[in-house]
Design a protein around this ligand. Structure first.
Ligand code: MN
Length: 258
C-alpha cells in the first residue's frame, strides 16, 4: 500500500483525522426549493416499504424511493444550467471521478448572515479570507459557512416571504472570480440552492448557477456541519449517483479533517 494511504488509515484509526458528515437527513420532510409557480417544481422525496420481514419478503427489509435530482443535500452538475449544456463531461455519470475529492476552503460569513439573511459574499470578503488563510487553490471546494442549516423549522430554512425566499448566497462577481480566477471545483452552501434566495430577480437570474456551470464547475447545496471544519486543511468527498445523463443527485458528502 502507498505510504500516504497507510498513513491516512493510521490517522483515521487513531482519531487524529476525523470524518465529518456534511449531509442533511433525507426524508419526505426535507425542505424543497420553491420556484415561481409558472415553473415545474421539484417533487418531495418519497419512500415506500417493499417488505419488512413479512409475507412480502419474509427475511428482508427494503424500501423504494423517488426523488428530484435536486432534493436535499445534493450535487449540481454543469449540464444543470443552460450555460453549461454544451460542455464536455457535463453530466453526473461523465464527470471524471477524481473531481469528487478536493480540498475545502471554508469561508465563515455566519456573522454577516446573522445580521442580514440576504447577505451576498463579496470579492472583498474573499480577498480578506485569502489574506488570512492563503490563496484558494485550483480544484478546491469553496464552502460558505452561514450556519443556515441550523434552522430546523423548514419555514425558517426556506424563509419564504411574499416576494420569494430570503437566504444568503454569492455576489455574481464572486462567482465569476472563483470560477475564472481561482479555477475551483465549485461552491458548497448550507441553503437549499447555490444561489441566494432572491437570485431569481438578479441579472442574470441565478448568477451563481449561470457562471459556475458555464465554467464547468459544480455545486453542493444543503450542506451542514460546516462549523465543524477548519478554514483550510479538510478534504471533501462528494460523489453523486451515476445517473445516466443526470443533472445532479442527492448524495452523502463527507469531509476528512484534522
Ligand atoms: Mn441543485
Amino acid at each position: 500500500m502507498s505510504s500516504v494511504l497507510a498513513k491516512l488509515l493510521e490517522e483515521l484509526t487513531a482519531g487524529r483525522l476525523r470524518v465529518v458528515d456534511l449531509t442533511q437527513p433525507l426524508s419526505p420532510q426535507t425542505p424543497l426549493l420553491p420556484l415561481p409557480p409558472q415553473f415545474n417544481n421539484t417533487p418531495a422525496f418519497r419512500i415506500w416499504e417493499l417488505s419488512r420481514y413479512d409475507e412480502r419478503g419474509p427475511a428482508w427489509y427494503w424500501n423504494a424511493f423517488e426523488t428530484g435530482e435536486h432534493t436535499g443535500t445534493h450535487f449540481d452538475a454543469p449540464v444543470h444550467w443552460i450555460s453549461g449544456k454544451d460542455l464536455p463531461d457535463n453530466t453526473v455519470d461523465r464527470i471524471p471521478p477524481k473531481k469528487f475529492v478536493g480540498p475545502a476552503c471554508v469561508i465563515d460569513i455566519s456573522s454577516e448572515v446573522a445580521r442580514n439573511p440576504n447577505y451576498l459574499l463579496t470579492p472583498e470578503r474573499i480577498r480578506r479570507w485569502e489574506e488570512q488563510h492563503g490563496r484558494i487553490p485550483a480544484s478546491a471546494w469553496v464552502l460558505l459557512r452561514t450556519d443556515w442549516s441550523k434552522r430546523e423549522d423548514p419555514k425558517d430554512y426556506i424563509n419564504l416571504k411574499e416576494n420569494g425566499p430570503h437566504t444568503p448566497g454569492l455576489a455574481q462577481e464572486s462567482s465569476a472570480f472563483l470560477a475564472q480566477e481561482r479555477d475551483v471545483l465549485g461552491v458548497g452552501v448550507e441553503t437549499v440552492g447555490t444561489d441566494a434566495g432572491q437570485a431569481a430577480t438578479f441579472d442574470p437570474p441565478f448568477p451563481n448557477h449561470y457562471l459556475m456551470h458555464g465554467s464547468g464547475k459544480f455545486g453542493l447545496a444543503g450542506l451542514s456541519n460546516l462549523d465543524r471544519l477548519p478554514p483550510t486543511g479538510a478534504v471533501v468527498v462528494a460523489a453523486p449517483l451515476k445517473i445516466v445523463g443526470g443533472s445532479g443527485s442527492p448524495l452523502r458528502v463527507i469531509a476528512i479533517t484534522p
